[in-house]
Design a protein around this ligand. Structure first.
Ligand code: SAH
Length: 221
């Protein structure tokens, strides 16, 4: 992980970040690579300055355009679940948002492919991730319901907005033995699902209740 030169680690934020790691550990998150990635990533740089004092609370926060940066617990949990079957070469992320989840993925996978439908959010995320010197990420402006077929298949797929059903295109783009983690449902009725591909069979496991913004259709520039 030393190939990444993560800057912006101020002393005060470093202490609050350590407390966040302790809390995640107490909540049962134990993957050392994931916790280390969270320790190294300056979440305060992914939100507006007015809210940056809350960056290391374990909570979602607004990032504009009616979207939110995900709660650190859920970022850690989803990443941990993706890594359960071993190292990840290619991961597809739907919903770049602030780019925080993208930054964590970039530190635990070889290559990250990230799709976002709101152009200004994507531009900001790109700039932050370049500033942090995370170079193994490729971005696509588009509708995540379609995935990113040209670069498929993916060992892992993560969706960070709630879909009404598992998008067929994403199932098609999952590699043999690949794992997809996504929230499915509406409003307060959402569950985190794990989908594992075995040939043309997709094994589905319901994990826990979650709350995400909806996976929308089309793009916004
Ligand atoms: N992981 C991000 C979460 C952002 S919220 C973070 O922690 O910052 C969900 C994101 O999904 C938003 O940026 C939203 O614009 C995006 N999104 C919603 N529907 C989408 C779609 N169909 N295709 C691509 N991105 C989508």
């Amino acid at each position: 992980m030393d190939k990444f030169d993560i800057r912006g680690i101020g002393m005060t934020s470093q202490r609050t970040r350590e407390r966040l790691i302790e809390r995640l550990y107490e909540e049962g998150l134990s993957n050392a690579r994931v916790l280390e990635a969270i320790r190294r990533t300056p979440r305060h740089l992914f939100i507006d300055e007015a809210l940056s004092h809350r960056a290391y609370e374990d909570t979602a926060l607004p990032i504009g355009h009616n979207q939110t940066i995900s709660q650190p617990y859920i970022v850690a949990r989803m990443t941990e679940l993706l890594l359960k079957s071993g190292p990840i070469d290619k991961v597809l992320e739907i919903g770049t948002g602030s780019g925080y989840q993208t930054a964590i993925l970039a530190q635990v996978a070889e290559r990250v492919f990230s799709v976002e439908r709101i152009q200004p959010l994507q531009e900001r995320a790109k700039a932050r991730l370049a500033e942090l010197n995370l170079r193994n990420i490729v971005f696509r402006f588009g509708d995540g319901w379609e995935g990113w077929n040209a670069l498929a298949p993916y060992d892992a797929i993560i969706v960070t907005a709630a879909a009404s059903e598992v998008p067929q295109a994403l199932k098609d783009q999952l590699a043999e033995g690949g794992r997809m983690i996504l929230p499915v449902g509406q409003g307060e009725q959402q569950e985190l699902l794990l989908v594992v591909r075995e040939g043309d069979t997709f094994h589905q496991h319901v994990l826990e209740s979650v709350k995400f913004v909806p996976l929308l259709t089309g793009t916004l520039s």
